[in-house]
Every structure is written in C-alpha cells, then in structure tokens.
Design a protein around this ligand. Structure first.
Ligand code: SF4
Length: 262
C-alpha cells in the first residue's frame, strides 16, 4: 500500500528507511554489534525490561543476580520471593513467574540452564524455541537472538513503532505485531541491529512521544509528520530548501541531540 511518504517523495517505505539510516548514523554515530550477554542473561534481562524503562530493568537484574548468583538457584526459588526482589522493575509477579518458568523448562529440556545451542539453529527454529515460554513474545525473542547471537532480527519497541508511524512507513492502524513483521522485511538483514539501536536512540533524544524536536532532526526532509509539525507544507515545491533553511538557523556547531542530552 502506498503511504503518504511514498506519495510525497516518490520513495517506497523501504527507501525511506534506507534514506533514514545514514542520517541516523550522522546524528548518533555507528552502532556496531556487541554481545550484550549470553542467551540466558539476555532472556532474563529482556523479560525484566518489559513495560519499564532501562533503569528499572537494569536495577531489577542487578538485584536478582545479587540474590541468586546461579541460574539454578534462581530457577529453584519461589516466584513469590523473586517477585519481591524485582519489584523495582514493575509487573514483578508476572515477570518472576515468566523467568522461573523459563529457566526450569530450559533445564528440564536441555539438562542445564544454557541457551548457547540456539546459535546453531536456523532463525525460525530458534525463534520458535524461545516463543514457547510464557512471557516471550516477538520482541523478547528478537532481542535474545539479536543481542546474544547476532541473528538478523529487528525488535520493535514503542519508540521504533512511533517513529515508523511518523515517517509513515507503516500504514495507520498497524498493530505493533504487524509493524514488527513489516519493518523487519523493510530493513536489510545486515542493518537490523544498527537500525534498532539508532531508532531507539532517536526516540529517546529527539523523536520524543509528546514533543518531538523536529527542527533539529535530520530526518525532517523525509518525514511528513515532522514537516507538518514544523508548519512546512509538503504540497509546495521546494520543501527541501525550506528544511535546509530552518536547519541553517540552528546554532553553528550544535549537534542534533545536544539539547536533548542535557
Ligand atoms: S522530523 Fe520530527 S517526527 Fe519526524 S522523525 Fe524527526 S523528530 Fe520524529
């Protein structure tokens, strides 16, 4: 389906995202892949990060590991006790049940709590294995496979979903789950990890949910929402010149994310 962006700029959603990639790199730098932890660690961290911010998720993980330094110890702990320890991350009872349940199941099936075998599985099979656990949806499975095993998945969180809607690369009414499938297909496998990281950074620094800083955003040229926000008529010719003129007004030497960082 043609989107507004495609009509306005003659660019397909795929090309809009391809055009956004180097602009995001210019704003935030390259995001080379790094291993975030082994498979079990990333699984537990990702479950803890659900529906909370990074600080709450990290704090809950640190507390969890201080109380149970071994995965076996955590698997054998009563979920009600685990829930008290991870309360800081929110949805504690649910998450404690998901984590203890997944660890016990991995141990029962594999003889030990280790997910390194996933590295040798095809992507779909590895995804299917993780999705069998309660509390593991497409985003959590994608995070584990990307961050621990460098598989070409594209986890879609609320930041990415919002930016994709603002860039109009997904049609109105698209659900998060549908967006995940669409966006994965629109981004080259080799760029999925970097684009995930860059878009999240962009959502935190400039493309804020309530007040996006469109005047300082390099994506303005390809973003119909930003152009409307800045009062630039996308129907008039010369939109690029207007965008450039606005950008020249920004203080010399100021980087797009500088103000948001303070
Ligand atoms: S122009 Fe505005 S709405 Fe568009 S991506 Fe940039 S900050 Fe977000």
């Amino acid at each position: 389906m043609a989107t507004i962006s495609a009509m306005l700029h003659n660019l397909s959603p795929k090309k809009v995202l391809a055009a956004a990639d180097p602009l995001l790199v210019k704003m935030y730098g390259q995001r080379p892949w790094r291993r975030h932890g082994d498979g079990v660690e990333v699984l537990v961290r990702t479950i803890l990060s659900q529906s909370t911010n990074e600080i709450g998720g990290d704090a809950a993980y640190e507390k969890l590991r201080r109380c149970w330094p071994t995965w076996d110890g955590l698997a054998d702990a009563p979920p009600s006790v685990v829930a008290r320890v991870i309360r800081i991350g929110g949805l504690a009872r649910l998450k404690a049940g998901y984590i203890c349940g997944a660890l016990r199941k991995i141990r029962a099936e594999r003889g030990q709590i280790d997910l390194e075998f996933l590295a040798s599985l095809p992507l779909e099979e590895a995804t299917g294995y993780l999705r069998q656990f309660d509390g593991v949806g497409p985003k959590t499975a994608d995070c584990v496979l990307s961050f621990a095993f460098h598989m070409p998945t594209f986890p879609v969180d609320t930041h990415i979903f919002l930016i994709a809607r603002r860039l109009t690369v997904i049609p109105r009414g698209t659900s998060l789950e549908q967006a995940h499938e669409m966006l994965t297909g629109l981004i080259a496998p080799a760029r999925r990890y970097a684009m995930h990281k860059l878009l999240i950074e962009h959502g935190r620094q400039l493309c804020l949910a309530r007040h996006p800083h469109c005047g300082r955003c390099l994506l303005l040229e390809i973003c119909p929402t930003g152009q409307r926000h800045e009062g630039i008529s996308t129907r008039k010719p010369g939109v690029r010149q207007l965008v450039r003129r606005r950008r020249r007004r920004t203080v010399d030497g100021e980087q797009p994310g500088d103000r948001a960082k303070t």
